[in-house]
Design a protein around this ligand. Structure first.
Ligand code: GLU
Length: 480
């Protein structure tokens, strides 16, 4: 039997990196085994769902290249199936009506050894009404074993579970049953999801088996479970929606590459054979095995992700790099736009010029989002960074002298990176300045800051006229 797996996100917030990892591991499992990957949006919590979050999930999955074979199904369109399953369980005696209010339960159980519902209505044989919920009669004895591909057999004592609510008085069927009914109807063979859902799993196993025994309900084999390890931050705490950068969209907007992001996500709880960390999608698919997933928490390390992204950027051909940078440098001709526009207008931008500049920055980047600030001085007027100007020119008489002699020397020079380099070194030497020191005022005057792409190559591309104009302007500003 070929595997059928599903990703079942709830659209109640930004698409979380943990959800992306779950989605990826399901996708890899299906692609490795030639199975089917189904997408089901669990949108039944109408108070917390938003359409834009559903769209966010779809667009993030498309960005990551996680294509699904069936779906997206909307759970909200399957409510009749959930109700039918609840009715079958009720008819077979697995559910019972309960009219206990929260207050009544609390009053009865405040001194009880075991927290939760005390089974008060279990033998009362109450008639159903708009005031009654339906609870599942959990066996009082025995244990439920979750056969987990990653964790092995995990045993839960049935006595540790209360008779949980399955259907609310208003008729709403709650997540644990709705989710498994949908998994049954699309014949899911492996439920691969986050560790946070492990405590719910015994309830689902009990209901799944109970349904299989219900007259008139088709028996469906229980899926294999695989609960993926939790993602933690640097303090080894569960990633926090508020404090940690967890929204996948924000990584796209900052200029992470989908291939690098997928590669990094794959390493969260799993490692390729041979220990190599830069692994292409094809190799991930070829090597991925659920059995090799670890159960220890995985550190979501933004620094490592950034490092990997830099490696992917450097490994691109120039053409690929220019294309990937398009949304950041020419958003008007891109299907989507990052949050910050470049510091130049469409009129100022010059495609051919960017093609010459691109090789100078490709080697030095962590994310594509850094490109505009690095190359802004090629396309628009330079804006001098105040601190950089003061340090290298304003408060530095030698820096000013250096600019003055450079203006003269550059005026008659053959305009090449090599000759500019030599001339700067020579002028610096005459003033007792090392090359780095000699470059600083020139870099500041021309690019606005003290860090950036290689200076002499940049000057060659920028041209004599612009370079000299900027050197003179900085000098004038220093003496003003
Ligand atoms: N909709 C559930 C959630 O987002 C996932 C359920 C599952 O994967 O079984 O937490």
């Amino acid at each position: 039997m070929t595997p059928r797996v599903r990703f079942a996100p709830s659209p109640t917030g930004y698409f979380h990196v943990g959800s992306a990892r779950t989605s990826l591991f399901n996708w890899l499992y299906a692609r490795h085994a030639g199975g089917t990957f189904v997408l089901r949006i669990e949108d039944t919590d109408t108070e917390r769902n938003r359409e834009e979050w559903r769209d966010g999930i779809l667009s993030a999955m498309a960005w990551l290249g996680l294509s699904y074979d069936e779906g997206p199904f909307l759970q909200s369109s399957l409510l009749a199936d959930h109700t039918a399953a609840a009715e079958a369980l009720y008819a077979a005696g697995h559910l019972y009506a309960c009219d206990c209010s929260r207050e009544a339960i609390d009053a009865r159980t405040k001194d009880a050894a075991k927290p939760g519902y005390d089974g008060f209505c279990r033998e009362r044989d109450l008639a159903r009404s708009p005031e009654t919920a339906l609870r599942f009669a959990v066996p009082r004895e025995g244990e439920t074993i979750v056969h987990d591909v990653i964790r092995g057999d995990v045993t839960f004592a049935n006595a540790s579970y209360e008779d949980f609510v399955v259907v609310r008085p208003n008729g709403v069927v709650l997540y644990p049953l709705a989710n498994l009914v949908d998994d049954r109807s699309i014949a899911i063979t492996h439920v691969i999801r986050g560790e946070d859902l492990l405590p719910t799993t015994p309830k689902q196993v009990l209901m799944w088996e109970a349904l299989n025994d219900c007259p008139g309900v088709e028996s469906v084999p229980l899926p294999r479970y695989a609960h993926l390890p939790m993602l933690v931050n640097e303090q080894r705490k569960k990633l926090s929606k508020r404090k940690d950068p967890v929204a996948v969209e924000s990584y796209r907007d900052q200029g992470y590459l989908p291939e690098a992001f997928v590669n990094y996500l794959a390493l969260l709880g799993w490692s390729p054979r041979g220990g190599e960390e830069v692994v292409s999608r094809d190799v991930l698919i070829e090597q991925f095995a659920l059995e090799d997933v670890s159960h220890s928490p995985a550190f979501f390390d933004v620094k490592k992700l950034a490092h990997l992204n830099g490696e992917y950027l450097r490994a691109m051909s120039l053409e690929q790099f220019i294309e990937a940078a398009r949304p950041w440098v020419a958003p008007w001709s891109s299907p989507w736009r990052p949050t910050t526009p470049p510091p130049w207008t469409q009129e100022q931008f010059d495609e051919a010029l960017f093609a010459r500049v691109a090789p100078l920055v490709q080697e030095r980047l962590t994310t594509l989002g850094e490109v505009p600030a690095m190359v802004g001085f090629f396309f628009s007027e330079v804006e001098l960074d105040e601190a950089a100007f003061t340090k290298s020119i304003g408060d530095d008489p030698l820096g000013q002298t250096m600019l003055a002699v450079a203006v003269e020397r550059f005026a008659g020079l053959t305009w090449l990176a090599t000759t500019l380099h030599e001339a700067t070194a020579e002028l610096g030497e005459a003033l007792g300045l090392a090359l780095r020191k000699a470059q600083a005022p020139i870099r500041c005057a021309v690019t606005g800051t003290l860090v950036g792409p290689p200076l002499f190559e940049s000057l060659e591309i920028l041209g004599r006229e612009t370079t000299l104009t900027r050197l003179r302007a900085a000098l004038a500003r220093a003496s003003a």
